[in-house]
Design a protein around this ligand. Sequence first.
Ligand code: DHB
Length: 305
Amino acid sequence: MRCGPLSLRNPFLLASGIWGESGESLAGAWSAGAGGVVTKSIGSEPRPGYPNPTIETYERWGMLNAMGLPNPGIVEYPREIEIAQRAGATVIGSIFAGDAEEFSRLGARMAKTGVVALELNLSCPHAEGFGTEVGSDPKDVEEIVRRVVDVAHVPVIAKITPNTSDPAALAVAAERGGAAAVSAVNTLRALAIDVRLRRPVLAHGIGGLSGPAIKPVGLACVWKIYEKVSIPVIGIGGIMTADDALEYVMAGARAVEVGTAVAFDGIAVFGRLVRDLGTRLDQLGFRRLEDAVGVAHGPGSRPSG
Ligand code: DHB
C-alpha cells in the first residue's frame, strides 16, 4: 500500500521510542508483522536520558513516560539501523534537534543511513530545548521542515504536537515547508503525583501520556489536520485494535503508528492488527483500506489522493 511517497507492506508502523532502540528489536517488530518501524528519536550527541522512574502505567488505559530522549547519538546509531535493514525492515529514522540548523545537519546524516523517510520529532512534550519547545510555532515548524527537506533526499514526516491550540496550523506549516506527510499525535503533557511521597511519580515530574486515554484527542487532531492539508496523515494515539485504526483512517489517516499497545502486549500485536483489519474491511464492505480514508467527513469532503 502507499502512504504518499512511502510504500508500506501494511499500514501499521511501530511508533518511535517503543520496543527499544536496538537494530534487533526493530527487526523483531518487523518480523512480527509491522508495516515499518520508526526508530527511537536520535540526536546529534549521545544522551543518557532522565533518571528512573521514567514510566507509570494506568491499567489498560494509558501510559505516562518521560525518558528524556536517551539515545546513542547519530555517530553510533547507524549500525543499529543497518541491522534492522539487513533483516529486511522498512526503517523510518526519527530525529530531534534544538533548532533548524541542527535539524538540517542531523537530517542529512540520518538520510544517508538509507532510511526510507525521516520523522522529525517536533513534539516531545517535556524535553527542555527540544520537541514542543521547537515545534509549537508554525513559523519554526515550516523553517525546520524546509531546511531538512533541502538536504535530505528522502521523504520528511513532521510529527505534530497535540499540546497546542491549533495542531492543524502546525501541519499546514509542515506541508508548506515541503513535508511529505505529517504524523499526529505525540503524547499529551501529563503528570502523576505520589501522595504518600508528596512528589511526582516520574523523576522528571512532567511526562507524556499515551494509550487509549488519548485516542479521542488524537482522532480530533487527525480530523482537523485532514481538513487542512493534502499530504497524507499518519494517525497515532491509543491504537489497540483494528477498529481503533479504522477510526483514524476514517478521520483521514492513511497509515497509523502503534506504541502503547506494543508496550502493553508485545510485538505480537502487529500480527493480530493486520489480520483483524483485513477481516473488518471485508465485513464493512471496503475493498481496500484506501477506500476508507476520510470517509467520516462525508462524501466529496476531500478528494482522496
Ligand atoms: C521522549 C518522549 C516523547 O514523547 C518523544 O516524542 C520523544 C522522546 C522521551 O522521553 O525520550
